[in-house]
Design a protein around this ligand. Sequence first.
Ligand SMILES: [Zn+2]
Length: 676
Amino acid sequence: MSEFVNPYTFVRFVGEVTRAEPNGHEASGDGRLSGCLRVCVTVRTPLLLGGWGTSGQPKVPSRPDGTTMIPGSSLLGAVRSLHEAIVGGCLRVLDMDYVPVHRHPAHVGFTEDLALAVVVDAGDGRGRLPKVALCDEVVWVDKDLLAPIGPSLRLAATGDRLTLLASAEEVNGRRVLRASRVPASAVGVNPASVASSELCPWVLLVTDTRARSGATAYFAAGRLGARGALVTPEAWSTYLQCVEGSRDVVERRAEQRERTGGRDQGVGGPADEEFDDQLREVVWPPPTERRSTGTPIARRLAARPFLRKGQPVWVRVDGGEVTEIRLSQLWRRRGEHPVRHRVGEAGPCTDPKNLCWSCRVFGSADVSGRLDDAAATQHSYRGHVRVDDLAAVGECPIGDVCELAPLSSPRPSAGQFYLDASGAGTALAGSSQPPAATWGSLADRTRAGVRPVRGRKFYWRTADPTGGDYPRFRRRDHHTDETTSSARLVLPGAVFEGRITFDNLNLVDLGSLVLALDPRPLWPEGSDDRIVTSVGGGKPFGFGAISVAVRLERADSAPARYLGASAANDFGPGEVIRDAVATCIADVPPAARAGWKGLRHALTLGFVDDADVWYPPGEGDRGSAGYDQGFRFWEASAGVEVETEKRPLTALPDPAGSPSGQLLPADAAQPKHTQP
Ligand SMILES: [Zn+2]
């Protein structure tokens, strides 16, 4: 397939949020309503409801009497998300200071002025920052000169001390020792523990071979100099952020979770892990999509949120201080402009007296963090809506245990998808610049300003997520046990019923609640039964589509409640709902309304063709490992011009467009000579 539809899209939002004082909970004002709704949920695509895990038999949630149920909290969360999109609520982003970490592009411009250094004091992880000694010379040593040593044929490792008995030659501005030019005996490798600095002044840094090309690999060796430098607090904090999402740290966390039965204990410090346990073999030839094995040639130190005494690192030095630390020359860099610069006023509400519509109805939990419980409570606002668990009505069809493919984690570093570059023009970054897709690139420096976040994320509602030869949810042969899980799905046709109670809401708020349960009336031709809402997990697979029918069971306006008469009885429950919905639709600010067309498409079952929906595919056939590796797409869509081709910034299509308009080319790169 050369074209695909990405599983998620973004419903447009503008960074405008209308806020006001909420109704409060003390006294019911004029025209406020309390009461309850009865909802009937019909399952349209399989539901993944809790109880899915890697251990034990997966179960669906049920009440003590065995009746299958949808937990009220699940439905409440889903209703709230849709409410935010309909009325223009705040974005409940947890971390407004988030900026993604990007890889350094492979260009000499990103490695200029780096110095090799050796950690002389690792710091204490609290107040005392690491200190390094700078190397006064760097030589790149051919892997073939780092022969295994000792009776156990131990592989050379990061931190080993070298004696270099031949002089290096200059190649492309680097001093190198090539195996083809010097005898194997020209390099002596000694474990740091037995070598003295005077006899072996060179320190070896082995790094991953994964992204390398060429006939052989070279590793840097630095000769220890006398000059020292202290790491600045900013450089250390950036290092910690950059190392956090690295493959090594992610793997270490997974190991720790495995060991502690799921509790995240963090990665720990140097005392929790022996130096030798932190070493990883690197192989040659390097692993690729098609080949994962090679011959071990040396050992590198796994990336960790701490450094070790004697560990070589690359640093940038400014005014005698270390302002940047890298574990390899091309490593990881923090993007620029955190989320808070990119959401306008749509960041989470923080003032309980001035809340967006969604927070006024559903409440606002304080997410600014780091406050003690009492302070957090003060800054929160309790919602006006409570959702009871919904119980299955009649026979509830439940599927057999099935094996699920891993859910891929969000990658907001992919700015071509997550940021709105529509005002940024089409400029491509040169190969010496960060690609336009990355956070803080040239696309954030146009007259339009910093690119805003793209919108609210929705997953396309595919009509038959378990059909076809390779349904996306099904575990494939190349998926490992650690990433997959098993589940039992509630099947289409199941029906659930339950109750939603509300208190002290205006008619217009009640209307917004009803629309967030059943959004069909938002569109005048509102009888389209393909418009659904979603609940539960596995949305990327197309799971969780439901139709909700809402009926007003009881509504008392405040005076009526005390006088014993029912407002619902005066008007008839259907009329109250219709009135509430119409009032709400008329009241939604234009900024929120602007996203409705895209929202409608994103909520329409089967709007895009099931067969087209996949994460950016790689090479090979659907179902193969290569097909599930989309890095060629990310590379080809990053907005950069390299020697041989132009790689235009490829944005996600606007969901307000047509179904065929959602298709993206799997490889948008153009050979340069075909361009005018
Ligand atoms: Zn809010």
